[in-house]
Write a protein that binds this ligand. Structure first.
Ligand code: NI
Length: 171
């Protein structure tokens, strides 16, 4: 497959300040082939853009669906809920909706979540370190919360200025 084929029909990533990024997403209630195809499209868009995770609102779909892929493990998060979390970690995060912006964010070190798959089956997932960070970043997207919301107003304003100037690279 050529590169041009690879990027054809790939979902467009919504960038800040698109209002869809601030909406609270709705639960998934229908588990059908359309959902399966959408999850495949999410994975494809995430891979094409070199992301570790991608949430449905980031492609303009306000539903509680996200995907994460790290060290060749793929995770589908439909209607995810946090069951338990432990510890604390601080690390740099980027977001496909904020090209070129990176910020240090504190998150739990370990998290246990309940998710559904594309068939509606429930699963328990545990994530530590980077995977916990990815789960929580994507789950925040489903609640209209963005990683820059963790920053002080001063840092947020610096980011707004940077976006306005269009100095961002790509993640
Ligand atoms: Ni993000």
């Amino acid at each position: 497959m050529s590169d041009s084929n690879l990027v054809e029909n790939v979902l467009e990533i919504k960038k800040f300040p698109d209002p869809v990024l601030k909406k609270i997403s709705k639960s998934v209630e229908v588990f059908d082939s359309e959902l399966e195809n959408f999850v495949d499209d999410l994975f494809r868009a995430m891979r094409v853009h070199d992301g570790v995770g991608l949430a449905a609102p980031q492609v303009g779909v306000s539903k509680r669906i996200a995907v994460v892929e790290y060290e060749e493990k793929s995770y589908v998060l439909i209607n995810p809920k946090i069951l338990e979390q432990k510890g604390i970690q601080e690390g740099e995060e980027g977001c496909l909706s904020f090209p070129g912006i990176y910020a240090n964010v504190k998150r739990p070190q370990w998290v246990k979540i309940e998710v559904q798959d594309t068939k509606g089956e429930k699963h328990i997932l545990e994530g530590e370190g980077y995977v916990a960070r990815a789960f929580l970043h994507e789950m925040d997207h489903l609640n209209g919360k963005l990683f820059v919301d963790y920053l002080s107003n001063l840092k947020k304003n610096a980011i707004k200025t940077k976006i306005a100037k269009g100095t961002g690279g790509h993640f």
